[in-house]
Write a protein of this length. Structure first.
Length: 148
C-alpha cells in the first residue's frame, strides 16, 4: 500500500515546539489542515502517549505519532513537522526529536501496511537528517517517496 498523499498543508518546516505535546499539536494541526482528520485527532494522539509512554519515538530524532482509527479520522493521512529545536518525549534512547510524523489511518486493516511503508523510508540511515534539513514540501515528499 503506497503512502497517502502529503499535500503542502500537511508539512510544517522549521517549527518551534515548547514540548512534546506542542510537537504533536503541530502534526495534528497539519493532518486537520490536509483534511485527513478532525481537531480531535491531536487529542487522541496525545492521549495515546500519555497512556503508553513515548513508544512513538521509533528512531533517534524521529517520532511517529498516531492514534487508533475512529471518527476523528476522515481518510488516511500523513503529516510531517520538523523542529528547529529538538524536544524530549521521554524516550531514553531516541530523544530528542527533530522530525515528527503524524499518521492517521481510517481502517485498522491498513494500519500495519502503512507503518511498514513508512519504516521502509527509514531503511536509508540518512532519511531523518535529510527530513530535518528539508527546505521545501517537495523535498520532504521526495525523501518520503510520497505524492502531493
Amino acid at each position: 500500500m503506497p503512502l497517502p498523499p502529503v499535500p503542502d498543508t500537511a508539512i510544517t518546516l522549521g517549527a518551534s515546539a515548547s514540548d512534546w505535546r506542542a510537537a504533536i499539536g503541530l502534526v495534528g494541526a497539519a493532518l486537520t489542515a490536509s483534511g485527513a482528520t478532525t481537531d480531535e485527532y491531536s487529542h487522541e494522539m496525545i492521549r495515546m502517549i500519555e497512556e503508553h509512554g513515548p513508544y512513538i519515538v521509533i528512531a533517534p530524532g524521529l517520532a511517529l505519532a498516531h492514534a487508533r482509527p475512529g471518527p476523528a479520522v476522515l481518510h488516511d493521512g500523513l503529516a510531517v513537522a520538523t523542529l528547529t529545536t529538538p524536544v524530549a518525549f521521554g524516550n531514553p534512547y531516541n530523544d530528542p526529536v527533530r522530525v515528527v510524523l503524524g499518521l492517521a489511518v481510517a481502517s485498522a486493516a491498513h494500519h500495519l501496511s502503512l507503518v511498514s511503508e513508512i519504516a521502509n523510508v527509514f531503511n536509508d540511515s540518512d532519511a531523518i537528517a535529510r527530513l530535518a534539513a528539508a527546505a521545501s514540501a517537495d523535498e520532504v515528499r521526495g525523501i518520503l517517496g510520497a505524492s502531493a
